[in-house]
Design a binder for this molecule. Structure first.
Ligand code: PLP
Length: 400
């Protein structure tokens, strides 16, 4: 994979529409006809290549997007889902059953954390939450029942970097599957190059990029995706988080500009992070030398897509964080909203929003302070001007 460029791989996929359209046709059908009853039977059994049965299983529009995302992540194939959680939960339930165990990073998206902590135990699946940056701690948490090592490449919301190569060595040694949520770093990081077995995205974020839909994907081997889609035992097929064809067609069109957007998000975030740090604000951004995993991450990224668009600052207290966010919104510098990867800057206080599923005591332990603001930096044309306006807001609410 030495010449692997995820954006070139997407670009090289050319799909024509039914009438020679420049975009592929949308399959606006939930069910499909067969000319012979025998072919219908064979399709049910999974033995009729190129035939469609029912859209919860797969549809032509979803397969276009599957192929493009598999090309991006360098996996054999992929399976899109109706949301990021609709990709994560079936994957973990497919890999683990009653009595099995997961070792997971403790700094993960709040919904994933809540699933592992509260819902998965009802299926007999237990999780140990660990500091993923400490490989010895990760290895020590493995038990004979452990089946999965789970992490986010860059974690939500603390922007810790997982040493994917180190984790994959541990996974190999103990015969575990390394499952990586790469939502924060599409194109920038290609987790399979470091030994990940399964790569997941919430398409809701950068990949779709227009904050108009939720979506998800599991990128993996053909064997694993076949398991997920198995009509008798597949967690995706049976839990049913299927993406609608109309949506997969629109995500596909947005995917075509992902490389341009990631470069601009990263450029703007790097600029602002350096400026904020220069003002004396506690700033966390993997592109800053002060980030504890800066050197590690530098060696992991495809450099042209940069260090990504996510950063945090500490405003000192929840009151100050709230005042700053409200003022920035009033002055049209972004939206006080959860989620990320939009053209406009989004900001939120994770302790009281996206990570509120994590109990206060645990938030404190992992360094999630009250005054933390998470920024998803937008595609602003003149980032110097944006900085000057943000700087003024900071002065006006006495954050500086
Ligand atoms: N993974 C990460 C890193 C996320 O930030 C999110 C949502 O915020 C999800 C997964 C869940 O994705 P979705 O909201 O599309 O279900």
């Amino acid at each position: 994979m030495s010449n692997f460029n995820p954006a070139d791989n997407i670009q090289d996929l050319q799909y024509f529409g039914e009438f020679g359209g420049v975009n592929p046709s949308i399959s606006d059908s939930s069910t499909y006809t067969f000319l012979s009853a025998k072919t219908m039977f064979d399709t049910f059994e999974g033995n009729a290549e190129g035939c469609y049965l029912y859209s919860r299983h797969s549809s032509p529009s979803n397969l276009y997007l599957d192929r493009a995302l598999a090309a991006m992540e360098g996996t054999e194939t992929a399976n899109v889902a109706a949301s990021g959680m609709g990709a994560i939960t079936p994957t973990l339930l497919q890999l683990c059953g009653n009595g099995d165990h997961i070792v997971s990073s403790r700094t993960i998206y709040g919904g994933t954390y809540a699933f592992l902590k509260n819902l998965a135990p009802r299926f007999g699946v237990k999780t140990a939450f660990v500091d993923i940056t400490k490989l010895d701690v990760v290895e020590a948490a493995i038990t004979p029942e452990t089946k999965v090592l789970y992490c986010e490449t860059v974690s939500n919301p603390l922007l810790e970097v997982a040493d994917l190569a180190g984790l994959s060595k541990i996974a190999r040694k103990h015969n575990l599957k390394l499952v990586v949520d790469n939502t924060f770093s599409p194109l920038s990081v290609t987790p399979v190059q470091f030994g990940a077995d399964i790569v997941i995205h919430s398409l809701t974020k950068y990949i779709n990029g227009s904050s108009d839909t939720v979506g998800g994907v599991v990128c993996a081997s053909q064997e694993f995706i076949n398991d997920l889609k198995n009509v008798n035992s597949g967690a995706s097929m049976l839990l049913g988080p299927t993406m609608d064809s109309m949506r997969s067609a629109s995500v596909m069109k947005n995917l075509r500009t992902l490389h341009l957007r990631m470069k601009q998000h990263s450029f703007n975030a790097q600029y602002l992070a350096e400026k904020f740090e220069g003002l004396g604000l506690k700033t966390v951004y993997p592109g800053l030398k002060s980030h504890p995993s800066h050197e590690l991450y530098k060696g992991m990224i495809n450099p042209e897509y940069g260090f990504g668009g996510m950063m945090t600052i500490d405003a000192g207290s929840l009151e100050k964080a709230n005042a700053l966010m409200e003022l920035m919104q009033e002055r049209n510098l972004g939206y006080l909203a959860v989620s990320l990867g939009f053209y406009k800057t989004l900001f939120s206080a994770p302790g009281s929003s996206t990570s509120s599923e994590i109990p206060m005591k645990e938030q404190k332990e992992m360094g999630l302070t009250d005054g933390l603001i998470r920024f998803s930096i937008g595609l602003d044309n003149d980032i110097k001007r944006t900085f000057e306006m943000m700087h003024q807001c900071m002065k006006d609410v006495s954050v500086l």
